[in-house]
Design a protein around this ligand. Structure first.
Ligand code: SAM
Length: 361
């Protein structure tokens, strides 16, 4: 029997699809993999793990969305997750194209709470491969990280000592007691929480997002933070999505898609305030480069591993990616790439790539 609404897992099998890791669906079967799922559903082959994330995002990612994975209730409930970036695959190369930007800003916000940094217990929500945890570790008493992706956490374990508590789980329903943390930081995760604007490539068809998952996450953060504690969000504003990354100009529709998933700064502040936080500071980081030294590689967009360093590339259509690659090849061949990079860099230096919002409970 087919259900009237969203298909159940056995029904997905009939469609010849399966869900892998962060809710990705592959056309090759009906098994499921993810946190704690190996025992229940078996392990996928390397070929399955490498299944084409762009295919997912284009044909299913926009429809099979975050919270609807609740059909897996009892297995992993209410795990809003990125439905366009496959972090099992990305985890392999993630650290080659990522740097922890703004660590001093995070420490500054935490330090203003009245408790010595060296006495604080701090959580990173969506900790990924642990770059921020590693940088924060020497300054704080205790650190914990939670992330949905086992692949990312596996990388984190290689660089962190065992006294950093790592948990595989969703930041929408965190397995921590009330008021457990002196501080919480969340770096570059918010834009992964919401459903995309729909499969159409025409922005006129896109429906605006109400940000239910961001709202739920902020409420959870408020619950597990002690009164007076700081909640430091590092996120990219809509303007920064557009002008803070040189290559964003090559893939404007993907960038617009990404912006739909991310509350603009006013909305972000409003959701924070509604959750109970006071907004203490909002500051753009004008220097930090998230992609680290590989950022200005003039051939970068031609390489899959380089593109995997920023999930915006997963939101391109085939046609947009082909166009972008051709532009890069042409500019490199004609010798105009450096001028283009210089012009784009002027904009980045003006606006930065990330914004830090510091909320206080
Ligand atoms: C761009 S990475 C950022 C990782 C790390 N914070 C950093 O800045 O290097 C986004 C991370 O958010 C995680 N993530 C997305 N949605 C999540 C959710 N609902 N619960 C837990 N982690 C989530 C992904 O698995 C991924 O590791």
């Amino acid at each position: 029997m087919m259900s009237a609404g969203f298909p159940t897992i056995p029904e997905w099998g009939r469609y010849g699809v399966k869900l892998v890791d962060n809710g990705f669906i592959s056309p090759r079967g009906s098994a499921v993999r993810g946190c704690n799922s190996r025992a229940a559903f078996g392990t996928l082959s390397p070929e399955d793990e490498m299944c084409d994330t762009r295919w997912h995002s284009r044909f299913w990612g926009e429809r099979i969305v975050s919270n609807r994975v609740n059909v897996l209730n009892g297995w992993r409930k209410n795990y809003a997750m990125s439905n366009y970036a496959n972090y099992t695959v990305a985890s392999e190369d993630y650290d080659k194209t990522r740097a922890a930007v703004g660590v001093d800003t995070i420490l500054g916000c935490l330090a203003r709470t009245g408790v010595r940094l060296g006495d604080q217990t701090v959580l990173e929500a969506g900790c990924g491969t642990g770059n921020y945890l590693e940088a924060l570790r020497p300054h704080l008493a205790c650190l914990a990280g939670i992330d949905f992706s086992e692949g990312m956490l596996a990388q984190a374990r290689t660089k962190l000592s065992e006294d950093v508590e790592l948990t595989c789980g969703s930041i929408l329903e965190m397995p921590y007691g009330d008021e457990r943390f002196d501080g919480i930081t969340c770096n570059q995760v918010i834009h992964h929480l919401e459903e995309g604007p729909g499969a159409s490539d025409d922005p006129a068809d896109w429906k605006p997002c109400q940000f239910p998952n961001v709202t739920q996450f902020f409420q959870e953060a408020y619950r597990v933070l002690r009164p007076g504690g700081a909640f430091v969000i590092n996120a990219t504003s809509h303007d920064q999505f557009r002008d803070g990354y040189w290559w964003a100009d090559l893939i404007p529709v993907a960038v617009a898609r990404l912006s739909c998933r991310m509350p603009d700064l006013d909305k972000l502040k409003q959701i924070l305030t509604t959750a109970g936080f006071d907004i203490e500071t909002v500051s753009a980081d004008l220097d930090g480069i998230l992609q680290g030294p590989s950022y200005l590689d003039p051939q970068g967009p031609l390489g899959e591993a380089w593109r995997a360093g920023d999930s915006t590339w997963s939101l391109t259509s085939d046609a947009e990616l082909v166009d972008a690659r051709q532009r890069v090849e042409r500019m490199n061949a004609e010798g105009t790439m450096q001028d283009y990079l210089d012009e784009r860099e002027r904009k980045r230096l003006d606006i930065g790539q990330t914004t830090f919002v510091c909320g206080r409970k």
